[in-house]
Design a protein around this ligand. Structure first.
Ligand code: ADP
Ligand code: MG
Length: 217
């Protein structure tokens, strides 16, 4: 109904987050751009690991410290070869630049030096761009993208976990994550049903709270 379809799903565990990435990998195709946002420890890399698994990538998917982008080889659900460009813009977009500074330009410069700037605007055949801290780039990208935002909930509802774990324990123990997938552009909106199915399959048996978010801005 709305211009931008939104799918929301609550993911209680890190393995659930990996499953979500893995099942979404089945709907990902050549030329896709997927942006991940959320605070440090939200689960962006965990989700990326699921995508990697779903694309049959053997190499470990980690957040590189000194590079901002890595290229990994896998294959699509169709069997065609896939090249995953995993970008982690934390160093550029996450901390060192204040909000509102020209993060997008700084990131584009870095990607250009890696020969990857073109990939963001129009990924080449067989390429999928998956970008952590990608929210800074949304404005300069193509109209077609999947934006995934992950939020940690501070009140851990419905689990036995200690609700007031305010410090580092929260980053390592399983905890509920609210995931919001914004399907931007017609190529993603055409896949809405498959994405909803993938999301609900990923959290099956784990009290899914899945639905279309029509009111949130
Ligand atoms: N429901 C969940 N989804 C994803 N990660 C979770 C979840 N619950 C706990 N975690 C933990 O949170 C951390 C997320 O780290 P990571 O994926 O590297 O975050 P980011 O890349 O967003 O900084 C991991 O230690 C993971 O095990
Ligand atoms: Mg990360």
């Amino acid at each position: 109904m709305a211009n931008d379809d939104v799918v929301t799903v609550d993911v209680p565990t890190s393995s659930g987050m990996r499953r979500l990435g893995e099942s979404l990998a089945a709907v990902v195709t050549s030329g896709d751009v997927v942006l991940l946002s959320g605070p440090l420890g939200a689960g962006k890399t965990t989700f990326a690991q699921g995508i990697g698994k779903g694309l049959g990538i053997d190499e470990p998917i980690v957040s590189p410290t000194f590079t901002i982008a890595r290229e990994l080889s896998g294959r699509f659900a169709s069997g065609a070869p896939a090249r995953l460009v995993h970008v982690d813009a934390y160093r550029i977009g996450g901390v060192e630049h204040a909000p509102g500074s020209d993060v997008a330009t700084a990131l584009l410069d870095e990607l250009e030096s890696l020969g990857l700037d073109e990939e963001l605007e129009s990924p080449s055949d067989g390429t999928v761009v998956l970008m952590e801290w990608g929210e800074h780039m949304a404005g300069i990208l193509s109209d077609e993208r999947l934006e995934i935002s992950i939020d940690r909930s501070l009140a851990v509802a419905g689990t036995g976990a200690s609700p007031q774990s305010s410090e580092s324990s929260e980053l390592t123990s399983d905890g509920l994550r609210h995931v919001r997938l914004s399907l931007i552009g017609s190529s993603w909106q055409r896949r809405a049903a498959a994405i909803r199915r993938a999301a609900s399959a990923a959290v099956e048996g784990a009290a899914p709270a899945l639905g279309t978010d029509e009111t949130a801005e």
